[in-house]
Design a protein around this ligand. Sequence first.
Ligand code: SF4
Length: 316
Amino acid sequence: MSNQLKKVYLANPRGFCAGVKYAISFVENVQKNFPDEQIYVRREIVHNRRVVKEMEEKGIKFVQEIDEVPENSIVIFSAHGVSPEVIEKAKSRKIKIGDATCPLVTRVHRKAKKLKDTHQIIYIGHKGHDEAIGTMGEAEMYLVETENDVEILKDIIDSSKPLTYLMQTTLSIIDTQKIVTKISEIFPFVENPDKGDICYATTERQEAVNEMINSIDAMLVIGSENSSNTLRLFQLASKNKSSSFKVSSAEELIKESLENKGISVLGITAGASTPQVLVDEIIEKLKSFYPEVSVENFPDSREDKMNFKLPRELLK
Ligand code: SF4
């Protein structure tokens, strides 16, 4: 086994998705338009420490809950969305709201509102994730994370009432398909939505990993520990290439561990909330370890061209 890194392939698309860019520019624009006001953001605007730190340096204050935001000030909700309860709480404290929720998450909220009085709803998602908490606040839903969780619903779901499902936008395509199949097996009367809720960015980033996987020895996935889609990319890569690994910054990259893994061709991808600067810093570090290494885009890879426009009125 060679222990010298020779080539790095960059997956495309990787890193920032349209929803993350939207949320970041939402905050930047609110700060620009209200220069004299303290801007608060509830929870991490996107799940990346570097992004949050840079905003903190520009004066943005991050809070966990609305109670920490003074009355009459400005709060921005993160890309993951919030439950109606949080919105009500903010309104009751006369707080001006900027909603930076990704439009693709908002779409799932709208579906939930539409279904809540007519259907039983299964929600495929990850317990405790901000997006899951926000969406599940719209209606009564049964959370399932695994096929086994679907089994447990056997005695709970009422077969005389309509049933459907919604899902978190950042799930593993393969694992979700298995859960959907299980739901259809156990509840043959389930109404299948025309289209699942896994977003275009999650789908394309997972496809890019799949396309590259047979051409590399291991995949390096860059992203924060609490980023759902980063973890899904890592799971997908490790299933096929067990030497794959994940870092959240260049400091975590250690030459010895690369050499112990015997990697000659390394693929790199990044979660949808990972800024390109982190990828650049990691490439620089790899080049400092291996000055001869070649770095190129994986052949035939594509760009993420999706773009969401900010609303004309930023605050409500
Ligand atoms: S991963 Fe998908 S749903 Fe989440 S912010 Fe990006 S585009 Fe929106």
